[in-house]
Design a binder for this molecule. Structure first.
Ligand SMILES: C[S@@+](CC[C@H](N)C(=O)[O-])C[C@H]1O[C@@H](n2cnc3c(N)ncnc32)[C@H](O)[C@@H]1O
Length: 248
């Protein structure tokens, strides 16, 4: 199985592909779209487009665009949008987010758990700037180190992460000001990891013996081990609501 397929199965029992509860997602979307309910929303690295589809269902005049490189996730996004009756207001693009351009700017841009597509927070914000309308806002979800990372945590996440202060400072240095933010709670972080490893294990146990089942069980076990022994005590996730600084 490809990594995309594993990830899809692992995320099937969680509201979004990031460590945020259902209630937090609702609250962040409300805050992002306050005063922008009849505007245009862009989601870069949208996956199955859980965020824009929810936003469209809540705001009948909103329009949205989702961009992702995973065609199966985009097909599922369309199916969900059709089921909820919002498919006429969403455009789904099978495109590398780094290459996405638009003729009209967006009032709100989401990039949650997908900054790796651009090579980190700074390049993500640089790519978003020309796509955002004046007065627009960005909801950006980024991993950070809550504590000094263990060697295993560094191995899993690489050297690109900062601590929370460094993450916010990087956004400010790139010309953005946080107007709201949410640091995922321990409960949200744990719920995400239990869902990821649990859904994959649950799926595998319903498969006939064979390479897919073995791969899914092995991946879930390795992931659970990395989480519990490597990064549970040092990993954090912050979702920042950002607007352009007047000096930028
Ligand atoms: C962790 S998921 C987050 C999905 C979604 N933002 C959410 O919160 O539910 C990361 C997504 O980024 C997508 N992705 C990775 N590299 C990409 C790229 N270069 N361009 C567009 N999407 C990309 C993956 O296919 C995946 O769907």
């Amino acid at each position: 199985m490809e990594r995309h397929e594993i990830s899809r199965i692992a995320h099937r029992d969680h509201p979004v592909a990031a460590p945020l509860s259902d209630e937090t997602v609702r609250g962040l979307l409300e805050r992002l779209l306050r005063g922008r309910e009849d505007g245009r929303l862009l989601d870069l690295g949208c996956g199955e487009a859980a965020w824009p589809v929810r936003a469209l269902a809540a705001h009948p005049a909103l329009r949205a665009v989702g961009v992702d490189t995973d065609p199966v996730a985009l097909r599922r996004a369309l199916e969900t949008a059709q089921r909820l009756g919002v498919a006429g207001r969403i455009g789904l693009h099978h495109t590398d987010a780094r290459e996405f351009t638009a003729s009209e700017p967006f009032d709100a841009v989401l990039c949650v758990g997908s900054t790796h597509a651009f090579g980190g927070l700074g390049p993500t914000l640089a790519a978003i700037a020309p796509l955002l309308a004046p007065g627009g806002a960005v909801l950006l979800g980024e991993s950070y180190w809550e504590r000094e990372p263990t060697p295993l945590a560094r191995e899993v996440f690489g050297d690109g992460l900062s601590d929370l202060a460094g993450t916010v400072a990087a956004a400010r240095e790139a010309g953005w000001l946080p107007v709201a933010g949410h640091t995922s709670t321990r409960t949200e972080l744990d719920a995400y990891e239990w869902a990821w490893t649990g859904s994959l294990t649950d799926w595998a146990l319903d498969q006939p013996p064979g390479p897919d089942r073995e791969q899914a069980l092995r991946t879930a076990a390795e992931h659970r081990e990395e989480w519990l022994t490597g990064y549970r005590d040092c990993f954090g996730f912050v979702t920042l609501l950002l607007r352009r600084s007047p000096e930028s």
